[in-house]
Ligand binder design. Structure first.
Ligand SMILES: [Zn+2]
Ligand SMILES: [Zn+2]
Length: 290
């Protein structure tokens, strides 16, 4: 082997060797933002923390706000968009979202924030990355999740969904890294202090995904290329990191996948960078979705 052999010889595509990484800047009911790094491209998925925290977290993750190529917005709830004006203040920044979400978030689109409508199922490029939105079931105008690909690996972000539909499942099944909602433990939610109407809203098909529902999905995904799993959007009141981790670990054990790396997102501390590796895919396997 020569010394110049690429570090990831199994990768292919125009950016082979530039490992894609993600950093969860914040995750939970109080705010969500995730940074994807690949080569020279930096992309945010959601920007739901305060301006000061967002700027500090992006810098701590090794990027300048001005160097972020775009923000992908899943839906219009404030825990996903409250930091958008902070980006607009730094100059031109494309904000990619469905037309329904763009209507919903008008008041956050200040300064240099520039609306770029996207349609579920239609791939678009942001810098070096290819992105596809997919519809999710949630109580917002036109909510989506996103799959981000560098041509070799895929990260799928699916948070804020009450149930996993076929379209979501298709994306999760081919993800090398899945950022999946583990919102609540059903028992904690039912026994907890929330009023009944709020419990019903969370449990609805347009609400949030429970540890149990997410775990069942993981068992389905275990036959795919999954190498890293991030448990995201945990409720502070109705879940604990230990309960979420326990549910995920049991599901992976049942599926015989103790090789998957598992991370838990946190509301106020960054998690990562997490390297996204195509561990189980051979160099000749088709990429399918690009
Ligand atoms: Zn949310
Ligand atoms: Zn939401």
């Amino acid at each position: 082997m020569g010394g110049d052999a690429p570090r990831h010889a199994g990768f292919r595509g125009p950016h082979a060797g530039t490992q894609m990484r993600i950093t969860l800047l914040a995750s939970g009911s109080s705010g969500n933002s995730l940074l994807v790094h690949s080569g020279s491209t930096r992309v945010l998925v959601d920007a739901g923390i305060s301006a000061r925290r967002l700027t500090r977290a992006v810098r701590a993750a090794g990027a300048e706000p001005r160097a972020v190529s775009g923000v992908l917005v899943t839906h219009g709830h404030s825990d996903h968009v409250s930091g958008l004006p902070a980006f607009g203040a730094h100059g031109d920044i494309p904000v990619y979202a469905t037309p329904g979400t763009l209507d919903e978030i008008g008041r956050f689109m200040t300064g240099g924030c520039r609306a770029v409508p996207v349609s579920p199922g239609a791939a678009f490029d942001v810098g070096d990355l290819s992105v596809t939105a997919f519809g999710v079931s949630h109580d917002a105008a036109e909510p989506v999740g996103f799959t981000v690909s560098d041509g070799a690996c895929r990260v799928t972000v699916a948070t804020d969904l009450g149930t996993v539909g076929d379209e979501v499942r298709e994306h999760l099944m081919v993800a090398d890294c899945a950022v999946l909602e583990f919102n609540h433990d059903e028992r904690m939610l039912l026994d907890g202090p929330y009023p009944w109407h709020l419990k019903q809203r969370i449990l609805a098909d347009t609400g949030h995904l429970s540890n149990g529902a997410a775990s069942r999905e993981i068992e389905r995904m275990a036959g795919g290329p999954l190498s890293a799993l991030v448990l995201a959007h945990l409720s502070r009141r109705n879940n604990t990191p230990d309960l979420a981790l326990g549910a995920a670990a049991e599901a992976l054990a049942r599926a015989g996948r103790d090789d998957v790396s598992v991370y838990v997102g946190a509301p106020s501390d960054a998690v990562g960078p997490i390297e996204v590796a195509a561990a189980r895919r051979t160099a000749d396997a088709p990429l399918g979705m690009e």
